[in-house]
Design a protein around this ligand. Structure first.
Ligand code: GRF
Length: 212
């Protein structure tokens, strides 16, 4: 595979989606975004998709009677676009086992911390409270366990004295926007894969995440 068909799932602002759109446009993504799906109608990222002429859909999770029903509908919608890879980009829903199994080894997520530190929500506030001197972002393959799949690449930022949550979040975001397109490009070029719950890079198991 030298060019990947990428589906991007969002819930909000979509600045990571924008970074992927920009990388697709300038050729560094080695792929095209074939569809954007949001579980929230108000997500600004939908406008970004429209502006870039990318097919986009809203699949409102609260209109489904169960998590499994939502997952099934999402799976069906995505399958219609035959994506090679799915990028979760600020997608605030946990995907169930059936979905993850269907796209095993083909789902990436961006998480705003240096995993395994601070899985879950409110990572910037938690990093500040913990007195962390370093913080950052991770791109990882998605497995059934939340924020626990194999990490591919991380970007670090130093925590400054008197940093506010917003300041720290902004610097972490900049890092996210650089590491996400890089990870997708590696996948597209066949350099990156996920097998046996491990990330593989250039034919070797990745023991440590790549660093920006
Ligand atoms: C990012 O910080 C990402 O790490 C987290 O949600 C945020 C999404 O931001 N999962 P955006 O919608 O891409 O701007």
């Amino acid at each position: 595979m030298t060019s990947v068909r990428l589906a991007v799932l969002i819930s909000g602002n979509g600045s990571n989606l924008q970074a992927l759109i920009d990388a697709a446009a300038n050729g560094t993504l080695h792929g095209e975004i074939c569809v954007v799906v949001s579980n929230r109608e108000q997500a600004f990222g939908l406008q970004r998709a429209q502006r870039a002429n990318i097919p986009n859909h809203v699949l409102a999770h609260d209109e489904f009677e169960s998590r499994a029903a939502f997952d099934q509908a999402l799976l069906k919608l995505l399958d219609g676009y035959s994506p090679d890879l799915i990028a979760l980009a600020g997608f605030m829903r946990v995907l169930g086992g059936e979905f993850v199994e269907h796209y095993a080894g083909r789902i990436l997520n961006v998480h705003p911390s240096l995993l395994p530190r601070f899985p879950g929500l409110d990572t910037h506030a938690r990093a500040l409270r913990a007195g962390a001197r370093e913080h950052g972002a991770s791109i990882h393959f998605v497995t059934e366990e939340l924020d626990a799949g194999p990490v591919v690449i991380q970007g670090r930022v130093a925590v400054r004295e008197n940093d506010t949550e917003a300041q720290l979040a902004e610097r972490v975001h900049e890092v996210e926007h650089r590491i996400y397109p890089a990870a997708v490009a590696w996948f597209a070029q066949g350099r990156l894969s996920c097998e046996d719950q491990r990330a593989w890079f250039d034919g070797q198991p990745l023991h440590q995440p790549k660093l920006l």
